[in-house]
Design a protein around this ligand. Sequence first.
Ligand SMILES: CC(C)(COP(=O)(O)OP(=O)(O)OC[C@H]1O[C@@H](n2cnc3c(N)ncnc32)[C@H](O)[C@@H]1OP(=O)(O)O)[C@@H](O)C(=O)NCCC(=O)NCCS
Length: 309
Amino acid sequence: MLKKIIKNIKNKNIKIVFPEGNEAKILEAASYLKTNNLAEPILIKSNSIESHKKFKEMVDQFYELRKHKGITKQETVETLKKSNYFATMLIKNGLAEGYVGGITYSTADTLRPALQIFKSKKKTKVSSYMIMSKNEKVCFFSDIAININPSTDELVNIAIQTHDSVLDTWNIKPKIAMLSFSTNGSGGSSEFVAKVRKATEIIQYERPEIIIEGEMQFDAAFVKEIGIKKMPSSKIAGQANTFIFPNLDSGNIGYKMVQYLGNWKATGPIIQGLERPVNDLSRGATVEDIIEVSLITAQQCLDRRNNEQ
Ligand SMILES: CC(C)(COP(=O)(O)OP(=O)(O)OC[C@H]1O[C@@H](n2cnc3c(N)ncnc32)[C@H](O)[C@@H]1OP(=O)(O)O)[C@@H](O)C(=O)NCCC(=O)NCCS
């Protein structure tokens, strides 16, 4: 999958900003990207932010954007001295196209500037997915990083965004399982089951071309023999490749268990639904992880360039 991306993005000079430009792993990843003509890295060094030729202009812009929230000019200056905010403002000003950060910042600190400065596409909530792979198998898990307790409508949005990402970015036809502790009513009528079932019905009605079923347990979605038993009339039981979790607890815990107990590779989280490509790194990310997330970010930047034409 990444080979295809490398072919697409090579020699396209896609400018990716790295807010943590003092970190050794970031420097190594950026050097690889640059040497192989896979991106044009912009490394932010924390001691050079205030002397940037656009710093004052960006302070004014950010103040205008956020003054309705009660921020003062001095607080704006302090905010923009932080490399996560400054890097995001570079994108706002067209000086960078994508953002890769999070080796020192938490997910919340990586995403908050982007959520404040760009907003989301189509006024829907931003969410995330993780690419899980082992040998030739590839699955997508969502939401694993942002929405803590999504409502029914937010769950609908997460599933639709993930469907579109899997199809548009990866050219894979998603077969979506809406996960729960219950399969096809086995768990009774609790509000948790009802939320997942309702979200599934809304998508089946609004986007009939999407292959989606639920509520279902992970084993019914993933293991054919169990799927046939628990959901005999299902078209995707045992064959799902896209798994939507009912909340962030289950999604985040779930992907990490698959990663560490099952030895699957986890790539991401990839952020979806934002106006601009901004992606988060785990604080334990290796140089290889940083390169992979950068490649995916570059592809998102390219998709955006192509959509603008
Ligand atoms: C996304 C998140 C970071 C936002 O945190 P926050 O800054 O404390 O939350 P706020 O509610 O103050 O939101 C900040 C801004 O982002 C917007 N926002 C929050 N969540 C959003 C979403 N999912 N989509 C779009 N906008 C969102 C808010 O509307 C707000 O905008 P405003 O300041 O213009 O009014 C929060 O949902 C979070 O912490 N999620 C869990 C992150 C995590 O720990 N993940 C697990 C590890 S990977």
